[in-house]
Design a protein around this ligand. Sequence first.
Ligand code: IVH
Length: 730
Amino acid sequence: MSKRLPSSYGSKEGEGFDKLSPNGVGERGGVTKQVLEVTEEQVVAELAQLAAEIARHDELYHAQDAPEISDAEYDLLVRRNRALEAAFPHLVREDSPSRKVGHAPAAHLSKAPHSRPMLSLDNGFGEEDVAEFLARARRFLALPEGEMVACTAEPKIDGLSCALTYRNGLLVRAATRGDGQIGEDVTRNVRTIADVPGRLRGECPDLFEVRGEVYMAHADFRALNERQAQAGERTFANPRNAAAGSLRQLDPAVTAARPLRFFAHGWGEASAVPAASQYEMMRVIEGWGFPISPDLIRAEALDALLAHYRRIEAMRAELPFDIDGVVYKVDRLDWQARLGQVAKAPRWALAHKFPAERAQTTINRIDIQVGRTGKLTPLARLEPVTVGGVVVSNATLHNADEIARLGVRVGDRVTVQRAGDVIPQILENLTPEVEREPFLFPEKCPECGSDAVRAEGEVDIRCTGGLVCPAQRLERLKHFVSRPAMDIEGLGVKTVEEFARDGLIDTPASIFRLAAHREVILQREGWAERGTDNLLLAIEERRGFAPDRVLFAVGVRHVGQVTARDLLKHFTTLEKLGEVAARAGQEPECLAEITSVQGVGPTVAQALADFFAEEHNREAWDDLLAEARPAVFKQEIRQSPVTGKTVVFTGSLETLSRDEAKVQAERLGAKVAGSVSAKTDLVVAGPGAGSKLKKAAELGVAVTDETGWARLVAGEVDEFSMLAGEAEGG
Ligand code: IVH
């Protein structure tokens, strides 16, 4: 059976319809009403796909603080899901994204159940959605003609929500939203936030839970990322992720060192609510000592609310923190109570989101950037243009295919979009019909002149110059000294850049010769004796280092930490590995020997052969081995409760990559397995753990979380039983 699916949903007939295209991406601002033919079968399939896709992005956003798509792109998926569900209510899935809020709490923080669920907000994208919100409230309340629904309006802060419980005026608990029912206990961390009072000022109810948003200001975010980069630590994609990552830390000292802020926007459980309206309550909360938005207003008419929306949108660029819309709330609390909630959001509130910010400009130049593994990335240099208050002069073009798809050339006028802190994107070429020279993707690396080639089946074009290429050399040096690689303290990204620029270092081996430049370094600004000698000492300490770390540090393509270890288990020294790999190009037995190593496949073997086929790579390799004299590989096993045991990691890990976890387990003499069985001794479960955790419980296998694991690795735990019961599930 097929059904006609109207392309507009939730809005009245007329202008401003959202066009729905069958591939799930809507387009705003179409004026013609389109109707699409869709079969139920197609809808079932699409809803399933949307549920999976949205769940994945939820997990990335909420649990890993590492989103892959912009909020605007995410909203498109949610809107498509909503439109399909509205047209086919009988096909709404059990696990529909419209029924879920946020994400299950992380296993490393203890759980904090909410006595009143922490809801989400319904989103509106256009003025008609706001009109409909008010009309719906009026209908629901059965208000007589002429009776207005006064609402508050304030910015929607792009942070993470937090519930602060006060008993007799004292802060006793702080919790994140989690899945809306159960959050994470972040009390110790929230106590370090200056905006949050430890004690309420003046009269207050015995029990009162203030709710609001924890966020990070732009300037603090930039400073934090700089410090992180300097220290070789992970940087954050945007202030929201930085705030989430900082709040959900195990160590409150780390949170304290990261300037978080707070705005109150509501409340939860309360023994008494000392005012009758949202607006007055917010003033009461302000009186207790909380920051509330200076742009909170109360208004009666739609026009006034929309005018405030436009005011806030206009000042968005000047605000020192991210906002992504305006929130309207029905002012009268008795009306809020009558309106209640649907599924996951209250009927008395609406988030009026800002559209993704776009502007038009001209491509002045297309530059090619070269990464560590030689990948060539085209970058459009734009005539500077203000996009939502931020001056944009660069946009990524990703790869040659993207340039072809957009058909862009130097001189074209284009639409650019900026969403969050993602690198701006080019959406469309506005002047495809103008005759112009097409952009030719270079066949030579612009940095070193080596051939740039596209391997079969790959999208990317790579420079074959290896260490000859100055851009690759610099990126590789940064990788070489980084924490999971050689971990040279005092040699951060900035220092590497400066030293390389001034010719103090050029290859990995040259780092070991830095001592010869001690006097030159001492002449540099910011380099006193002590810091210089500490750096030189840190470098000396890396002579005779573990060969698997050195191999990983060299940065051969496809050779990660685990592969490096697997290779060294077999070859035991880098000399031996180098000899075999250098012959692998000509001698099939050598290639076969590498492929025979457990855990190593043909891709890695070929990558090693390719690396050693280049003379300059062989030279740099020999030079490095001569200087650094890496040790013979030793399965250094530290006795621990997991020595000789089998461990399974499941769910997402927050502070470790899977590779790091595996390497840690092996250093403790444990075997890592992929599935839980009667032979499993320990399961380490992160958020999102599912069937494996259940199986472990059935089999009575010991379970811990990442914190428990960290304590094991740190040697703080002598007995298995000390771990038991630390994780009750993800
Ligand atoms: S009111 C019933 N007001 O947006 C929900 N939320 O997308 C009450 N948010 O979970 C929320 N600024 O974390 C409200 N001024 C504001 C807000 C705000 C940001 C967050 C909040 C909520 C999320 C929903």
